[in-house]
Ligand binder design. Structure first.
Ligand code: SF4
Ligand code: SF4
Length: 352
């Protein structure tokens, strides 16, 4: 829509201005790590954060939520009626791509009214990433190091100033009544271009091939021995999926009161990596082995989501690599599959 410039010295006043009008969330330090949580002033905010332990997804798709309640044969959907609009400040571009996928998943086919109500009430202020978050980041490989849509405001750090790209009317609303912004000059545009151009060489490529080849690589690797090797190592703890910004599998449980005449239906986050995830009636488990579940996880990240929704299922944030106690990572997995396929094409021994 349009572009503005704000002095960094004015940023605390703007955050205070937002906190008066909205419920504001942002990255905060906690025990040497970072989390997305509610903030009440700029002092709590750590915009120079690396990676949050959990993605901001939890603010639009909570780990546990009531879907409906029932009493005496009557059921009613439990859609939250928020008092104030939420603002999420400082989302990195990888998490923005994950949000794009979440939006598409939850509005395609049977639209998820709970998600959409929360999302509609949320205004997003994203942040241009200027250096890799951790050694596990591979956003450049996955094409998520920049974003051109789905934000309401997008901030670029110019040193003394922020460049603010206004992406929507909701974003413009955040600047309403705040005087300390101005129209960019041609010099400001040049500064933005320079800052953005200079960031790219700071991010390494870590995947050994063009990731647009991932769906095809995975297809040809369906019967690879590598899945058994991952299955032998995997602890089935589910941490990789709990921290992932693009995982959204859930279970539904009923909590019924003592009289059995009233209760709630609850949606709780689940993980395709735990042993009982695919257990169904009759004691059957349709994805019983950890190898099959690892394969399913990586197919979902690199192939199934593209086919179903046209968007990549892994945004390269590196959270799962950081969380996994046995060092199973997407980068190693993709590179190993690529290496083994190359060797098999050349007629060499597949295992390194
Ligand atoms: S975090 Fe690692 S060990 Fe745990 S389920 Fe995921 S891949 Fe397996
Ligand atoms: S699979 Fe791992 S690296 Fe990819 S989006 Fe999920 S947590 Fe991030």
């Amino acid at each position: 829509m349009s572009f503005k410039i704000m002095k960094k010295a004015s940023f605390p006043d703007w955050v205070a201005h937002l906190c008066q009008r909205f419920q504001v969330y942002g990255p905060k330090p906690l025990h040497g790590q970072y989390i997305f949580d509610e903030i009440h002033s700029v002092e709590e905010l750590a915009l120079d954060y690396t990676m949050t332990v959990l993605p901001p997804k939890k603010l639009v798709l909570p780990d546990k939520e009531e879907l409906l309640h029932f009493k005496g044969g009557q059921a009613e959907a439990a859609i939250e009626k928020p008092v104030r609009q939420n603002v999420i400040l400082g989302m990195h571009t990888c998490d923005m791509h994950a949000l794009l996928l979440m939006d598409r998943v939850h509005s395609t086919g049977y639209a998820d009214q709970h998600y959409l109500a929360r999302r509609e009430n949320t205004i997003i202020v994203s942040l241009e990433c200027l250096k890799p978050c951790t050694e596990h980041s591979f956003c450049k490989d996955m094409g998520t190091l920049s974003i051109s849509e789905n934000y309401d405001l997008h901030l670029t750090d110019l040193g003394d100033d922020y460049a603010i790209d206004i992406g929507s009317e909701k974003g413009a609303l955040l600047l309403e009544g705040f005087a300390a912004i101005w129209e960019p000059t041609s010099d400001d545009y040049q500064r933005v271009n320079r800052v953005v151009a200079e960031k790219w060489p700071r991010f390494p490529y870590r995947v050994d091939f063009d990731t647009t080849d991932l769906p095809s690589l995975l297809s040809t690797s369906y019967s690879s021995d590598y899945w058994d090797e991952l299955g032998d190592r995997c602890l089935a703890c589910g941490m990789c999926t709990q921290v992932c910004p693009t995982c959204y599998c859930f279970n539904v449980v009923d909590e019924v009161d003592f009289t059995l005449s009233a209760g709630k239906r609850i949606r709780v986050r689940d993980s395709c990596q735990v042993d009982e995830f695919a257990a169904v009636a009759g004691g059957h488990n349709f994805r019983k082995s950890r190898a099959a579940r690892q394969r399913h996880r990586f197919f979902r990240k690199g192939k199934y989501q593209i086919e179903a929704y046209g968007l990549i299922g892994c945004v390269g944030c590196g959270r799962c690599a950081q969380a996994c106690l046995v060092h199973i990572t997407p980068v190693d997995t993709f590179n190993q599959l690529h290496l083994r396929r190359s060797r098999s094409y050349k007629g060499e021994a597949v295992k390194p």
